[in-house]
Design a protein around this ligand. Structure first.
Ligand code: HEC
Ligand code: HEC
Ligand code: HEC
Ligand code: HEC
Ligand code: HEC
Ligand code: HEC
Length: 433
């Protein structure tokens, strides 16, 4: 009996040690969990943002009135979630039902119709609304490009602090662990070795190397994938030609200059004689709004029009061309790699996709900035979610080419619709030579 109790008390410190080891393991685990949560949080926040940018940003900004109203606070203005979903799905039916709030809004926006989005699921709309209501306001620097929406909420700072706290706790626990072991060894009379300091502890070193390897690997792969991608690229052009002045203030149609976008692969940049259709007469800039470059430098519009004359060899006083012209070397902004086939006609004409869906609010840019990253994921995601414009399926002419798709046609009659993916929009050879 006596002997048994004695045995037990000598085991006691070892049990305590094991217990602390267990806790240390738990802490390792929670460390990984925090990292995981950080990642998944980023993913879901991006979802709503991506949907907003590809579907709504051409007319809406979260904080600014553009073509449509600023959307922040809309869930407060329209507390009926079902009605709000119905509006976003198909605003025409809501207007037809004679809802007072939306009819007033419609009139207030001089009866500008909003697009319908029959293809967005309720979950998609919830994600968009969540993005609208949670994205923080953009920092208001004057040189802000005026891009739609704010930045996504950034919790990395919080997670960073949490990680450091957990790491400190982990180190303390390890220290306590080794101290306890030493104590128990002393009690048992086992000659104890000097405890190994943590920076020479093999488990600790392996752990740090592993973490560095994972983080380093993540950034290496991201960097490698991003090579050759130029989202937000905004070069300075030889003439300060402002899309805001032309397509925005003066409402010149995109197709006046980029008409090839409807018939061919390339939208192309117009020749200078297109400019001269107007600028033979318009020889100075008298617009109310002053023009600024991205870096805040003021631009003299009249001097920029003079540059146009020196390129074309036009003498505005004599009213005729006196010298041979030379082309402007515009810097090309959007550039897909050579192994990708992309046709504008297929998208703008057959698919009826708006220029702004892919190029952003060009009519608000003084200097063009690349809006989409032009990654493969960007193409594929849109093909996965965009419904094909079949004849009559959305109440318009649609693309007659697809009228041979009998089966799909029946599906549509049954109230279903078809994504681009289903007609082969994610098959490799459709986009790659
Ligand atoms: C073609 C331009 C256009 C697009 C694209 C567009 N909207 Fe609109 N939206 C408008 C206009 C204009 C109004 C104001 C009412 C009207 O004139 O129909 C509006 C109104 C709204 C309202 C009501 C706002 C309020 O203050 O009550 C909501 C909500 C809304 N839009 C959400 C969306 C969402 C979500 C998307 C993307 C899925 C979207 N809109 C895409 C033009 C657009
Ligand atoms: C009066 C002529 C004119 C009109 C109208 C016009 N553009 Fe342009 N666009 C140009 C010129 C010139 C350039 C080349 C200089 C530059 O990049 O700013 C250009 C460049 C672009 C580019 C970048 C091309 C590249 O290098 O990748 C895009 C995208 C674009 N325009 C889209 C549009 C859209 C969308 C509209 C309608 C909202 C529009 N443009 C209206 C003349 C015009
Ligand atoms: C489905 C997305 C999409 C739509 C819609 C779209 N573009 Fe583009 N645009 C692109 C891509 C991708 C490129 C780069 C093409 C390349 O490098 O071969 C581009 C390039 C351009 C260029 C540079 C010159 C060229 O042809 O490569 C201009 C200008 C342009 N687009 C104007 C327009 C205009 C104007 C519209 C509307 C009528 C429009 N785009 C609609 C995706 C789109
Ligand atoms: C359909 C008529 C039209 C065409 C085509 C046109 N412009 Fe203009 N442009 C205007 C008008 C209108 C203004 C503004 C004049 C004002 O407000 O005093 C303007 C202003 C300008 C300015 C001064 C403001 C600024 O944007 O820096 C420049 C430079 C200019 N145009 C260059 C061009 C070039 C280059 C082209 C050909 C790619 C072109 N324009 C094609 C009508 C046109
Ligand atoms: C904003 C949405 C959107 C984006 C972004 C987009 N596409 Fe498309 N794409 C469409 C639609 C809609 C169609 C169907 C057009 C039709 O009705 O024929 C289509 C059709 C195509 C087709 C023909 C598919 C077939 O089966 O005939 C090709 C090829 C294609 N896209 C390539 C691209 C490439 C390459 C990119 C990226 C650089 C891209 N698309 C980005 C919407 C998009
Ligand atoms: C809707 C159009 C589209 C389809 C379908 C498509 N791709 Fe791509 N792919 C692209 C674009 C655009 C890029 C260029 C991306 C970039 O520059 O980052 C690309 C790039 C690539 C690259 C180069 C690596 C990279 O990420 O840049 C590979 C490899 C590739 N695609 C393989 C495939 C395979 C395999 C398939 C079939 C499963 C496929 N693609 C289907 C549009 C498409």
């Amino acid at each position: 009996m006596h002997a048994a109790t004695g045995d037990f008390s000598t085991f006691m410190p070892q049990i305590v040690t094991m217990y602390y080891r267990l806790i240390a393991k738990r802490i390792y685990l929670s460390f990984f969990l925090v990292a995981l949560i950080t990642l998944s949080n980023k993913l879901s926040a991006q979802d709503g943002k991506a949907l907003f940018q590809s579907n709504c940003a051409s007319c809406h900004s979260v904080f600014k009135q553009v073509t449509g109203p600023a959307l922040r606070g809309v869930t407060g203005r329209v507390p009926d979630n079902k009605l709000l979903h119905a509006w976003i799905h198909n605003n025409a039916t809501v207007l037809a039902s004679g809802n007072k709030y939306f009819t007033d809004l419609f009139n207030q926006f001089s009866k500008t119709p909003m697009n319908t989005f029959p293809n967005l699921s309720d979950a998609d709309i919830d994600a968009i609304l969540k993005y609208i209501e949670t994205t923080p306001p953009p920092s208001t620097t004057p040189t802000d490009g005026g891009g739609p929406g704010g930045k996504e909420p950034d919790n990395s700072f919080l997670y960073g602090i949490l990680t450091i706290i957990l790491a400190v706790i982990m180190l303390t626990m390890l220290q306590v662990n080794s101290n306890l072991k030493k104590l128990s060894d002393d009690k048992e009379g086992v000659p104890s070795q000097e405890p190994i300091p943590f920076y020479r502890n093999k488990a600790y070193i392996t752990f740090v190397i592993l973490i560095l390897f994972v983080i380093g690997g993540y950034y290496l792969v991201q960097g490698a994938i991003g090579l050759g991608r130029n989202k937000d690229y905004q070069p300075e052009q030889p003439i300060f030609y402002s899309h805001k002045v032309h397509a925005g203030t003066n409402q010149i149609s995109c197709l006046y200059c980029h008409g090839n976008a409807l018939q061919s692969k390339h939208a192309t940049v117009p020749a200078l004689n297109v400019c001269m259709n107007c600028h033979a007469a318009i020889n100075e800039y008298t617009g109310k709004e002053k023009l600024y470059r991205e870096n805040g430098e003021e631009v003299n519009g009249t001097a920029e029009i003079q540059k146009l004359y020196s390129y074309t060899g036009y003498d505005p006083k004599a009213g005729k061309y006196t010298e041979p012209g030379k082309p402007v070397e515009w810097t090309k902004i959007h550039n897909l790699p050579d192994h990708v086939f992309f046709s504008h006609a297929q998208h703008t004409n057959a698919g009826k996709v708006q220029c702004q869906t892919c190029h952003g609010p060009i009519q608000e840019m003084n200097e063009v900035k690349q809006f989409a990253d032009l990654s493969m994921g960007w193409c594929i995601n849109c093909h996965r979610t965009t419904k094909v414009n079949f004849p009559d399926s959305l109440g318009n002419d649609g693309n007659k080419f697809y009228s041979i798709y009998e089966k799909f046609h029946k599906d549509i009659k049954a109230g279903d619709s078809i994504t681009v993916e289903k007609i082969g929009g994610t098959e490799c050879q459709k986009c790659h030579y």
